[in-house]
Design a protein around this ligand. Structure first.
Ligand code: GLN
Length: 498
């Protein structure tokens, strides 16, 4: 098959081409590995293991030769470097873990491999998934293929950049406070963060355990559905927060017409809530214009728009930036140069060794969060900060339940602006935190949310429409995004030069 066509294909298309013997898993993997090298300056990848990838591809071809057919058999993809993998080193974007080799695979990685996916490598991310621009990676930034002087978003920036640049058809990401949805929006791709607990956290390097959730990033909702079907499912023996909810076939959901739907109005009867707090002065006009354009399309597809309120939206920033650092400070205590992680070469006594190892191993943002987290958990401040934040977290979740009495899905922008220039916010942590305003509340409530390409804003940069559903409504989200993508072609746009 004509090699350049391979990277233009999405997951489903490539799987079909491989199953129909128009190409092979091996040819696809080789082509995409070469393509990744060709675009190495994007900074999307952190690690390859060609021998491992090609042996997985040969194994997929052997399974195909026996007549086996699964939706991901032979499809190449790559993982955010926060998932531990046997075939590749795992760094979590940190010097602390440079050279770390896991003896086991994360459940999500193992699930995708069992479904026949071929792993091309590990993708760049902010250190321990802390960031909004992928500029906190200890191994250098990833670049946005729509404008390489801009951030791809974070923390799953490498995943978003690689999918947008057609280096691969899909990738995994993780979302603690927006890290799937925001980079997907910044790079013009589709991403879904499932309900908390839907995908196993086993083997995901922990940032904030009560928020971390894995999900797929791909060009279309249909491709995300294929990946999520393989990734999700209970894993209660290995992750105590994994939900004992049966696995679902999200691809089947896409094909099911809604009750009362017509060909012209596939979303007839769907009520989409628009939180007033998401459409205020805090959102850039170019982003609002694209989002409103997408919502007008939803109306044409039969959906009704209803005004709702999520009154505690503003509080989600202080609440998240208390709870996430608190959990991070606890999770990251294991990296002490003894149990885990980098050990300083030169040190005095044991305490000095801890100090030097952690000072050398962790970058500035991670150190900042460890300090904030330790502070808000300390005696005397626990009640004032951590406990208060937990109480408001509950109220934020209740606001969503109140909203879902009026609507089926909630929509709004993913981020208040398009992707910013690399370096623009590096010196100002608050500016980064404020840019998370529209994604944090969903995470705090544990709800599923997704980002759908909705057009372009300032400087020709992509804009994402955020859709949020109630618990376990991943299918409904994907269905609504798929219907939109059948009627629009924003998700098919490719950045120039890729
Ligand atoms: N930007 C947020 C943070 O810095 C969210 C990161 C994430 O979802 N991993 O914490």
């Amino acid at each position: 098959m004509n090699a350049p066509e391979l990277h233009q294909m999405g997951v489903a298309e490539l799987a079909t081409a491989i199953a129909d013997k128009k190409t092979s898993a091996l040819e696809a993997a080789q082509h995409l590995l070469a393509r990744a090298q060709q675009h190495a300056s994007l900074g999307a990848y952190l690690a390859f293991n060609e021998a491992f990838t090609l042996s997985q591809a040969r194994a997929a071809d052997a399974r195909l030769a026996t007549g086996e057919r699964t939706p991901l058999l032979g499809v190449p993809l790559a993982h955010k470097d926060i998932f531990v993998t046997q075939g590749f080193p795992t760094t979590a974007g940190s010097k602390m873990l440079a050279g770390y080799q896991s003896p086991f695979d994360a459940t999500v990685v193992a699930n995708l491999a069992a479904a026949g996916a071929v792993t091309l490598g590990k993708l760049n991310c902010d250190e321990f998934a802390m960031g909004s621009g992928n500029d906190n990676s200890a191994f250098g930034p990833a670049h946005n293929p729509w404008d390489v002087s801009r951030v791809p978003g974070g923390s799953s920036g490498g995943s978003a950049a690689a999918v947008a640049a057609r280096l691969l058809p899909a990738a995994t990401g993780t979302d603690t406070g927006g890290s799937i949805r925001q980079p997907a929006a910044f790079c013009g791709i589709t991403g879904i963060k499932p309900t908390y607990g839907r995908c196993s956290r086993y083997g995901m390097v922990a940032f904030a355990s009560s928020l971390d959730q894995a999900g797929p990033m791909a060009r279309s909702a249909a491709d995300c559905a294929v990946l999520l079907t393989a990734m999700a499912g209970p894993d209660i023996d290995r992750d105590s927060t994994s939900l004992d909810h049966p696995a679902e076939d999200y691809t089947a959901v896409l094909a099911q017409p809604r009750e009362g739907a017509t060909a012209a109005q596939p979303l007839k009867g769907l009520r989409i809530g628009l939180p007033t707090e998401f459409f205020g002065a805090g959102c850039a006009p170019d982003v609002l214009a694209a989002v409103r354009g997408a919502l007008a399309e939803y109306e044409r597809l039969g959906a009704t728009l209803v005004d709702i309120s999520l009154p505690r939206t503003e509080l989600s920033i202080p609440v998240y930036y208390v709870i996430a650092p608190a959990e991070a400070s606890s999770n990251l205590s294991r990296f002490d140069g003894v149990k885990f992680g980098h050990r300083a070469a030169q040190h005095g006594d044991l305490i000095d060794m801890y100090k030097k190892s952690r000072s050398e191993g962790f970058g500035p943002e991670v150190q900042r969060r460890i300090m904030i987290g330790t502070y808000v958990l300390s005696h005397g401040y626990y009640d004032a900060y951590y406990l208060q934040a937990q109480k408001i977290r509950r109220l934020i979740a209740q606001d969503f339940q109140q909203a879902f009495t009026q609507c089926d899905l909630i929509a709004g922008p993913v981020a208040p602006t398009v992707a910013w220039k690399i370096g623009e916010k590096s010196e100002d942590p608050m500016a980064n935190y404020l840019a998370d305003i529209y994604t944090l509340s969903t995470s705090l409530a544990g709800l599923p949310g997704m980002s759908v390409p909705a057009g372009f804003g300032a400087a020709g940069m992509p804009v994402g429409l955020q859709l949020v559903g109630n618990y376990f409504k991943e299918g409904e989200l994907l269905h609504a995004a798929h219907a939109f993508q059948q009627a629009t072609d924003w998700h098919l746009k490719t950045p120039q030069g890729y």
